[in-house]
Design a protein around this ligand. Sequence first.
Ligand code: HEC
Length: 88
Amino acid sequence: MEYAKMLYSNPRGIGCNKCHGEKGEGTIISQYTLKGKTVVLEAPNITNLSKERFFHALTTQHKVMPTYFLTWQEIDSLYYYVSSEVKK
Ligand code: HEC
């Protein structure tokens, strides 16, 4: 658990907590106006996803979220961390 927590706030690169919040609850990263419309850039809540979806998200490329090169053990730890926080 301690290891997973450490990994969540300091994986290789930028911490997941910077965008998804301390417990994976999701945050608004940024908000801007484009052609008179307000655009909200949000990082989703990741605390109640299926393991498949979580793994998929961390092994593919995204527009906003950086691509990480984590081992499956690391992804497993992260999944354990964000998922277990919900139950407490
Ligand atoms: C720069 C901000 C940023 C960082 C850092 C970041 N994410 Fe994300 N993440 C996003 C955004 C935005 C999305 C949704 C849009 C997308 O797919 O790009 C997302 C999507 C996800 C999803 C998919 C959610 C779904 O509903 O399918 C998971 C899982 C996830 N992130 C986990 C993580 C984990 C774990 C880390 C740390 C290793 C992390 N993210 C780091 C911004 C970030």
